[in-house]
Write a protein that binds this ligand. Structure first.
Ligand code: 4NP
Length: 158
């Protein structure tokens, strides 16, 4: 069982969407995973996802209403096998959160590494923008989730 943590800034738009999309698509692919999400900032601790993220996810059949925001913790670096950051700034902010005593555990990486054909390095922050931003987040996360699922399945076969 692979444990994956999706990370963005506030944990109310991109990473809850990533968690919901990845969970649904992994289940569809028959892949056993445990998924969670967190923010590099704790501003929205305990909040449900942004209503726009909930609405656009629901339009594609993903229910993310039960999720609640939390900040990344030091324990996350030992609990999770993979930590997927939505953008380069999130990735930079994860580095100092990683406890010095953690060895050989999850090295945070960019989620969009798993959809190399798109040529997109980051999932753009949709918080201050319009509905198109939330649709783009879903497009990017569906593609990267499928790429990551394929990689996990090929690891399992090795
Ligand atoms: P997220 O989006 O990192 O995708 O959850 C944001 C959510 C909240 C804020 C910024 C980005 N904020 O400034 O409160």
């Amino acid at each position: 069982m692979t444990r994956l943590l999706f990370v963005c800034l506030g944990n109310i738009c991109r990473s809850p969407t990533a968690e919901g999309v990845f969970r649904a698509r992994a289940a569809q692919a028959g892949l056993a995973v445990e998924v969670d999400s967190a923010g590099v900032a704790g501003w929205h601790e305990g909040d449900p996802p942004d209503p726009r993220a909930i609405e656009h996810a629901a339009l594609r059949g993903y229910d993310i209403t039960a999720q609640r925001a939390r900040a990344v913790t030091p324990e996350d670096f030992t609990t999770f096998d993979r930590i997927l950051a939505m953008d380069a700034s999130n990735l930079d902010k994860l580095a100092p959160l990683r406890p010095a005593w953690v060895r050989g555990a999850a090295q945070p990486e960019l989620m969009m590494n798993y959809a190399p054909d798109l040529g997109v390095r980051e999932v753009p922050d949709p918080y201050y923008g319009g509905v198109d931003g939330f649709e783009l987040v879903l497009d990017l996360l569906e593609a990267a989730s499928d790429g990551l699922i394929a990689e996990l399945q090929s690891e399992g076969r090795r």
